[in-house]
Design a protein around this ligand. Structure first.
Ligand code: FMN
Length: 183
């Protein structure tokens, strides 16, 4: 969850989504980025010369996030749209995924290929204008990394939190959760 607001709109939309996953016996690990320390990628390329491990020499909270993703079948990027993309904590995480693929050095293989990836987003503008750049970026990341991109569920922030408490928003989040289980 990439919002700096730990009780904001994105979290509101996540509540029925996570509830539905748990009702279907899915083990959910919920990670907030705003209370973590994730440095930006230093572009040292150390990770690219190490096989079978993440290989990033920076010892921060990214190590645990990678561990959790490696253990998982699916990871969901839940984020508000900030300036047509995501807040900086999530962007730092996306950049630090570099070591999940070994494309640019002597390292071989992947730590995450075949996993499912999905997006849950909230935004002020209409979905196409607001969220297309972020979704396009994540689609390309998935293609490039051999991840199984499932899709995006997003709701527009029209009336602050109330926008995410409507029957439509809640049922949509639950439906998206069930779709993750079958895709
Ligand atoms: C710094 C900042 C940048 C934003 N940029 C966009 C944007 O580019 N497009 C958009 O549709 N909404 C934008 N918004 C609105 C948020 O995406 C929206 O209010 C979202 O629901 C906030 O979710 P949160 O409460 O989980 O942080 C921005 C909000 C902030 C604070």
């Amino acid at each position: 969850m990439g919002s700096p607001r730990l009780n904001g709109n994105t979290v509101e939309l996540l509540k029925p989504f996570i509830e539905e996953l748990k009702a279907n016996s899915v083990q959910v690990v919920y990670i907030t980025l705003a209370d973590k320390h994730i440095s930006s990628c230093h572009s040292c390329y150390t990770c690219q010369n190490i096989t079978g491990e993440y290989g990033c020499p920076q010892n921060d909270d990214m190590q645990d996030i990678v561990f959790q993703i490696v253990q998982s079948d699916c990871f969901v990027l839940a984020t508000p749209i900030y300036t047509w993309y995501c807040p900086p904590e999530m962007k730092a995480m996306l950049d630090r995924f570099y070591g999940m693929n070994k494309f640019y050095g002597s390292g071989k293989g992947s730590l995450w290929e075949g996993k499912k990836c999905a997006i849950i987003a909230t935004h002020g503008y209409d979905v196409q204008y607001a969220a297309e750049p972020f979704e396009t970026g994540i689609k390309h990341l998935c293609e490039h990394s051999n991840l199984n991109y499932i899709g995006m569920y997003s709701v527009r922030d029209k009336y602050n939190k109330a926008s995410f408490q409507t029957e439509e928003a809640i049922n949509g989040a639950k439906k998206f959760a069930r779709m993750l289980l079958v895709k």
